[in-house]
Structures are given as C-alpha cells and as structure tokens.
Design a protein. Structure first.
Length: 265
C-alpha cells in the first residue's frame, strides 16, 4: 500500500481525485512552468528558514522519507532537543514537521507548523493534527501544537526581528476538536490512494467547482462552456446535484426547476 504523506492528505481534503491523480498520474494535474506556484514555493521556503531563528540551537534534518525518519530518531537518541524538518513514518503515514521541540517538563515533543499567512486557517488544524497522528504512531509522545504565522501588525524598524515578525499560536485544543474526523479521513485517503485506477465520483465524491477545483477535466468530464455552473448565484452544491443527474448544459435545466429571475434570464 502506498504511503500517505501530509501533502497528499491535504490534497485529499481539497479533492480525493486530485490526490490520487497527483500521486499516480502527476503529469495530468501538475502545471509545468507555473510562475505563481514556483513563487509560492520559494516564499514558503524563505518563511520556513527565517522562522528557525526563533529556535536557536535547532538542528536541520536534511534527509527525506525513510532516511529522514531514521535520521530524526538518531538525532533524538543523540540528545538533540529541537529539530527542523523532522520526519515520522509509521503505519502507512509519513509527516515532515517544520519544527519539533522537546518540552523538558513533560518530556513531550511540541510541533510547530510554519505558515506564511497572517492568521491560523482551518486547513492548518488538519495539517498539524495529521503530523501529531504520524509522530504518535511512530512512537513519539506529542505535547502541544502550534502554528507559527506572520504578525500582520509588525512594523519594520531596521533589521527584521523574528520574535516580532512571527506569532507562535497554540492550537492544541482547536485541533483536538477535529481529531476523530482526521482519523476517519486519513483511513479513507489511504484506501483511495491504494486504488489501481482513478476514483470515480461514487468512489470519492467531492464538492469542487469547475472554476476553483484542482482537476476540473477529471471531476467534470464533458462539461459544456454554458453549463449549469454558470447560473448566477446558484450554490455549487445545487449545480453539482444537477450535473450528477446528467443535467450539464443550461438548456437542459428542467422548466420546473426553481430559479430566481436573474438565473432564469
């Protein structure tokens, strides 16, 4: 069975089909020479590296996957108390944490996820709880969870001060609320990832829209230009319901379907 990484899990939450395609037929969904994607990746790396200044003495684990998990454990056995890019791998899960630090009192490992946003978002909670799950399955005792994000009120005066530029916000309680949901969706993601062929809508229903979904050609095959998703202010859920019934073109919408004046025009 293939390994479910944190990145793959986040893609699953966006669209199960997208996760499968990205892992098995990546060339169909990954844009080549995408300047925006490359810029986002570069900026994210810069934020990650700068956030490490908040943790003097931390050690960077430079290996990946199985080797990363082995090197993480070796570093900890050697007595390191703070690691950057630590990896945990167990029971089909793999997570690389931006920063982990040992709490000397509770002897637990706190996980810090670095984000370039100015606030904690819902998806960040799924991100850190997935990491907690993977590290615990690998035998680590996890303590608190944090999201390290940019302080939007920070004012620059000379050199950038990382302690003012970032906010370390604890999200342990907030993330615990979705713990059971993450547990269930992780197992579902693992099953979808192991499928020999791309999942159908029946296998993995999604709530994507053709405009914002990551793989519209796969989630909405045969969608005409003037589709039901073009109806003004029609919720995506209702448009999707029409599409799933085989009603794709605007002209196919039943005459008795409830539309407001703007949509019927």
């Amino acid at each position: 069975m293939p390994t479910l990484t944190k990145s793959a899990y986040i893609r699953f939450l966006e669209c199960p089909r997208y996760m499968w395609l990205h892992e098995h037929r990546r060339e169909e969904v990954e844009k080549k020479d995408d300047p925006q994607r490359e810029w986002n990746f570069e900026q994210g790396n810069k934020v990650d590296v700068f956030a490490r200044k908040l943790f003097p003495g931390g050690v960077h684990v430079r290996s990946f996957d199985e080797h990363g998990a082995e090197d993480t454990r070796r570093r900890i056995e050697e007595g390191e108390k703070c690691l950057f890019q630590a990896t945990a791998m167990a029971e089909g899960l793999l997570a690389m944490a931006d920063i982990i630090r040992l709490d000397p009192i509770g002897k637990t490992w706190d996980i810090y996820e670095v984000k370039g946003t100015t606030e904690v978002k819902d998806e960040h909670l799924y991100d850190v709880w997935f990491q907690k799950t993977a590290f615990e399955k690998a035998g680590y005792k996890v303590g608190k969870l944090f999201v390290v994000h940019v302080n939007k009120k920070y004012m620059l005066h000379g050199e950038v001060d990382p302690s003012g530029f970032f906010i370390m916000e604890e999200v342990t309680k907030e993330a615990a609320v979705i713990g059971e949901e993450v547990k269930a969706t992780v197992e579902k993601a693992k099953r979808i990832l192991a499928l020999p062929d791309a999942p159908t809508q029946e296998d993995a229903p999604c709530s994507c829209s053709p405009k914002t979904g990551p793989c519209p050609a796969h989630c909405f095959p045969g969608l005409p230009e003037q589709s039901v998703f073009s109806l003004r202010r029609l919720p995506v859920k209702k448009a999707r319901a029409l599409y799933d019934k085989g009603i794709k073109h605007l002209c196919d919408v039943p005459v008795d379907y409830p539309l407001n004046d703007a949509q019927a025009f």
